[in-house]
Design a protein around this ligand. Sequence first.
Ligand code: ATP
Length: 198
Amino acid sequence: MLKVGLTGGIGSGKTTVAEIFVSYGVPVLDADTLAHQLTTTGQPAVKKIACCLGDGVLQADGSLNRRKVRELIFANPEKKQQLEAILHPLVYDKMQKQLAQLNAPYCILSIPLLIETHKIDFVDRILVVDCPEFMQLARVQQRSQLTQAQATAMMASQVSRARRLEIAHDILDNSKQTASLLEPIAKLHTFYLQLSST
Ligand code: ATP
């Protein structure tokens, strides 16, 4: 099965793009969703994260206080690295297992940190969703899960827009209305089906 890695900076539109592929019946595996599942209450990763970041990241019921985790790793890059060292291998492992269950000509693997985690060989083709950085920030702000400082810091910790575009096989411009994604995605869908059959 052809594996298309969907990546892009924070707030660039990965989820929006993935949803359109889903509407074509294309299976989509999402690294962020897997990371979330792996850190639900009782999962082994939660204990490891508490060991690394301190019991203060746990709530009374044993669940992870995600806001606190965000704050801690924002303030401490070393802790961020340690957290990633726990989570990233688990995410790729789980994705690999889910991949083995799929039966489709191609699939989309949404992996925000595909390049940063040096995993470009995990996929056969790289699709980058792109928009100017000021739009990324504005859209993230609108969604308001992160403060402007957190969003800016996250952007700075990711590879540059130029590097991402350099490594892309395919690029989706998401600087216009969401509807303008429909036609290029329809073309990509046809193209990926063709590729997967050759
Ligand atoms: P993250 O990296 O934070 O997971 P993402 O890359 O998955 O984000 P989306 O969640 O798809 O990005 O988009 C970020 C926000 O921007 C969302 O609120 C989404 O609705 C909005 N958005 C996406 N594309 C557009 C667009 N073309 N025009 C306006 N808003 C958009």
